[in-house]
Design a binder for this molecule. Structure first.
Ligand SMILES: NC(=O)C[C@H](N)C(=O)O
Length: 328
């Protein structure tokens, strides 16, 4: 029988509603109490790591969670780890954990769209499914996964695509890699994975990497202010296939010359960055020294860039970012 550890971090799956709105309340023991009965095929252990809605989770918290997962995987009696997490930022947290995950045992994130005090909450079923995935031999060596509403996703590319839908996740340029049907795990694809990166260190929480959204008439003001305020990395969510504008391209060249790593993504939810246009488009942005994120989303690109900048010089971080984005 598989032994699974459930790490709770908060989110709607643990939230209860009051006059001040829904607030993360329940810990791991309560979550398991609502989800499991005596017919469970695995033994399950409960550990609390954080109790926050995920819009309050910081890079330092993500490091705390990555360390907590590592601690559980240092145990020979653990066959897999489940993390309950808010859906708002789970795509960032799961991606960081995946980047540093150096173990065949599954780590599976899940959460809920309806809070724990609702009789129709999706949390208990999602948690049961995540435990089934973490226990499944077929889920080994697939990296960090997300299970939600019966579907299984690789962490790279997963994104919250609907604020309220019961199945809010999609995958950029891909789809789910499997399903859980009546407690049985069916896998139909394997996520693409690259080499494992070093764990975040004590300064990970302080690496200033900003994301700026390009829009009609956005100019270069917000970008130059971010550089002046000490950003070491800036992810630009360009329009279309990664287009900026002529003012912004000039500001990117100045920032890169000053040692800031600029990553070029897109504000569009599907499709890669491709250098198609000059005159302020992606052709000029890349010529100015920006690094293409390819198909990686801006929020996941920011996580990767923060990790690289914690461990490397700006020049090396830019090279590694480029290599990673070209590889998958
Ligand atoms: N459904 C959710 O979990 C959303 C919640 N606000 C969170 O991300 O913590």
């Amino acid at each position: 029988m598989a032994h699974i550890v459930v790490l709770a971090t908060g989110g709607t799956i643990s939230s209860r509603s009051g006059a001040a709105g829904s607030v993360a309340t329940d810990g791991a023991v309560a979550l398991l109490g609502a989800a499991l009965d005596s017919s469970q095929a695995s033994t399950v252990e409960a550990v609390d790591v954080l109790r926050k809605n995920s819009f309050n989770i910081t890079l330092a918290d993500v490091r705390t969670l990555a360390e907590a997962i590592r601690t559980q995987l240092d145990r020979a009696d653990v066959d897999g780890v489940v993390v309950t997490h808010g859906t708002d930022t789970v795509e960032e947290c799961a991606f960081l954990v995946d980047l540093v995950h150096d173990d065949p045992r599954p780590v599976v994130f899940t959460g809920a769209q309806l809070s724990a005090d609702r009789p129709d909450s999706d949390g208990p079923a999602n948690l049961r499914d995540a435990i089934a995935v973490a226990s499944a031999p077929a889920a080994r060596s697939l990296g960090v996964l997300l299970t939600f509403a019966g579907r299984i996703f690789g962490s790279r590319g997963v994104q919250k695509a609907d604020t309220l839908a019961p199945d809010p996740f999609s995958s950029r340029d891909g789809g789910p890699i499997g399903r859980v049907i009546c407690g049985v795990v069916h896998l139909t694809a394997r996520p693409a994975r690259t080499s494992v990166l070093p764990m975040p260190g004590p300064t990970f929480g302080d690496v200033p990497v900003e994301i700026l959204h390009c829009h009609l008439g956005s100019g270069d003001h917000a970008f130059r202010r971010a550089v002046e305020s000490g950003a070491r990395g800036i992810v630009l969510a360009g329009t279309g296939a990664g287009n900026l504008n002529t003012d912004l391209v000039a500001a990117v060249a100045d920032a890169v010359a000053a040692g800031v790593v600029v990553a070029l993504g897109t504000r569009v939810s599907q499709g890669p960055v491709v250098p198609l246009y000059g005159g302020g488009g992606a052709v000029d942005a890349l010529a100015a020294g920006a690094v293409s994120l390819g198909t990686l989303s801006c929020v996941q690109g920011r996580i990767l860039l923060a990790l690289l900048l914690e461990h490397h010089t700006p020049r090396r971080a830019a090279e590694l970012l480029s290599e990673y984005c070209a590889a998958v």
